[in-house]
Write a protein that binds this ligand. Structure first.
Ligand code: HEM
Length: 186
C-alpha cells in the first residue's frame, strides 16, 4: 500500500510537471519572423515596374533601384569623384546604356541582399575587386577616403530625391560605412 501511494504520488508530480512544461512552451508551429530592413523598404510585395511595361518587381527592390539610379546621376555630375567613372560616362555619352544597366542592377542587388532580400543573389565582383582598378578596369584609379565621403554625400542626395525616410537612410548608411575599408584602397 505504501509502495502504491509513493508510486501514485511520483506519477502525479511527473504529470503536473509535464502539464506545466507543456503550457509554458509556445506552440511549435509559430515561428516569429523578424522584419528586415528590406521589409521596411517595401519587401517582396510585387508591384508594377514603372521602367518595364507589363513587368512586376519587388517593392523593396524598386525603392532601392530608384535610390541607386538617382545616386549614379548625382555622381555623374560630381567632379569630386566622376573621374573614377570615365568608362561608364563615355559609354552613356555615346548612347550605350549597357554598362549603366549592369551597374544599376549589380548595385541594387548588392544593397537588396545586404538589407535582407531573400529572392536575389549578388553575383557581381567582391567589394575589394570591384574597387581595384587592376581587377576591374571600369574603376578608373583607386578611391581615397575623401572619395568615399563624397560617394556617401551623393548617396544621401540620391536618397533624398526619392523621399527615403531618414531612419531607413541611416540604416543603409551604416551598411555602406561598414564597407569603407574594402572600397578605399589608397
Ligand atoms: C560602400 C560604398 C560602395 C559600394 C557598396 C559600392 C558598390 C559597387 C558595386 C556593387 C559595383 C559593381 C561591381 C560589379 O560590376 O561587379 C561597383 C562598381 C564601381 N564602383 Fe563602387 N561602391 C562603393 C563605393 C565606391 C566609391 C567611393 C567609388 C569611387 C569614388 C566607387 C566607384 C566604383 C566604380 C568606378 C565602379 C565601376 C562602375 C562601372 O561598372 O562602370 N564605388 N561599386
Amino acid at each position: 500500500m505504501k509502495i502504491f501511494s509513493t508510486l501514485t504520488l511520483a506519477a502525479a508530480i511527473a504529470c503536473s510537471i509535464f502539464v506545466i512544461e507543456s503550457c509554458s512552451k509556445k506552440p511549435s508551429n509559430v515561428t516569429p519572423v523578424k522584419a528586415t530592413l528590406y521589409d521596411s523598404l517595401g519587401g517582396s510585395t510585387m508591384v508594377a515596374d514603372p521602367a518595364a511595361s507589363g513587368k512586376m518587381i519587388e517593392k523593396g527592390r524598386l525603392g532601392i533601384r530608384s535610390v541607386i539610379d538617382s545616386t549614379i546621376f548625382v555622381i555623374a555630375g560630381d567632379t569630386r569623384i566622376n573621374g573614377h567613372f570615365t568608362v561608364l560616362l563615355s559609354e552613356v555619352t555615346s548612347g550605350n546604356l549597357s554598362g549603366f544597366t549592369e551597374l544599376s542592377d549589380n548595385l541594387t542587388t548588392f544593397v537588396a541582399v545586404g538589407t535582407g532580400a531573400k529572392n536575389y543573389k549578388y553575383d557581381g565582383l567582391s567589394m575589394v575587386d570591384a574597387h581595384d582598378p587592376a581587377k576591374n578596369p571600369r574603376m578608373n584609379g583607386k578611391a581615397s577616403s575623401a572619395d568615399f565621403d563624397a560617394f556617401v554625400d551623393d548617396l544621401v542626395k540620391g536618397a533624398n530625391k526619392n523621399g527615403l525616410p531618414a531612419n531607413l537612410l541611416g540604416s543603409i548608411g551604416k551598411i555602406v560605412v561598414s564597407l569603407k575599408a574594402q572600397v578605399v584602397q589608397k
